[in-house]
Design a protein around this ligand. Structure first.
Ligand SMILES: Nc1nc2c(ncn2[C@@H]2O[C@H](COP(=O)(O)OP(=O)(O)OP(=O)(O)O)[C@@H](O)[C@H]2O)c(=O)[nH]1
Length: 251
């Protein structure tokens, strides 16, 4: 689901290598020539992809979003003493048809664009778990020749009373697929969400060559809310919230 229109959407997202893509990366990298980590968040509809991304970027959980068109968010993070620029692409929910996954070209382009992928399912939706194997295979096929870092996230851990998937199954699947696994409740816990993205950034940064202009070392990953994009995101959050409050009070 979509919270707000942000920087750009998958539909608008520039093709890798294009001038527009370079401009987006420049915006993110800034003058410091930082390394850029591009993360796509994929999974079935309603599993909490938008909630996960928003939670990671703002530490907040907002219960209700519009249907997702695929927004791209940007921020900077500290990984092992280096400031990295990261771009997180939220994506529309994947549908499963009789003959398999339905991934349109926009989604495939987004997966190809990514340096790493977060695959999300919900413990309250067995179908969202069932498609993980196929989805993981599809992701790796789009990156033939290099093993793409992937983290598997089982969301909605707070909804145990309507659980359809034992988190243990998620763990087993992740170890079979050779990726990390996190069981999270986006609504109740920020730290697990943070850890899932953190491990992915770390994995990508270990794969990429070090920046030619390394920054002074720092010890932890510190959110940088001062990036212009985050400021914009927060402002829009406030607008969305106050609009919601107005709606509720006017009923
Ligand atoms: N209880 C609970 N609800 C959650 C959690 N994460 C997300 N939700 C709710 O699940 C619903 C769907 O969340 P979204 O983030 O919009 O899901 P999505 O995967 O982006 O959905 P699409 O845009 O349709 O692909 C929303 O009502 C969220 O508030 C969670 O950890 N716990």
């Amino acid at each position: 689901m979509r919270l707000i229109q942000n920087m750009c959407t998958i539909a608008e997202y520039p093709a890798p290598g294009s001038a527009a893509a370079a401009a987006a990366a420049d915006y993110c990298l800034g003058a410091a020539g930082r390394r850029l980590v591009k993360i796509a968040v994929v999974g079935a509809s309603g599993v909490g992809k938008t909630a996960l991304v928003v939670r990671f970027l703002t530490k907040r959980f907002i219960g209700d979003y519009e249907r997702n068109a695929g927004n791209l968010y940007t921020r900077q993070v500290q990984i092992e003493g280096e400031t990295l620029a990261i771009q997180v692409q939220d994506t529309p929910g994947i549908q499963v048809h009789e003959n398999g996954l339905s991934c349109n070209e926009q989604l495939n382009r987004c997966i190809r664009w990514a340096d790493a992928v977060v695959i999300v399912f919900s413990i309250t939706d067995y179908k969202s778990y069932e498609l993980i194997g196929q989805l993981h295979q599809h992701v790796q096929q789009l990156h033939l020749g290099s093993r793409l870092p992937v983290v598997l996230v089982a969301n909605k851990a707070d909804l145990l009373h309507i659980k359809q998937v034992d988190p243990q199954l998620g763990l087993q699947l992740a170890s079979m697929l050779g990726c990390s696994f996190y069981e999270v409740s986006v609504s109740e816990n920020y730290n697990d969400v943070y850890n899932a993205f953190h491990i992915l950034c770390k994995e990508v940064s270990h794969k990429q060559p070090p920046s030619s202009t390394p920054e002074k070392r720092r010890t932890s990953l510190i959110p940088r809310p001062k990036s212009p994009n985050m400021q914009d995101l927060k402002r829009r959050f406030k607008q969305a919230l106050s609009a919601k409050v107005r709606t509720v009070t006017s009923v």
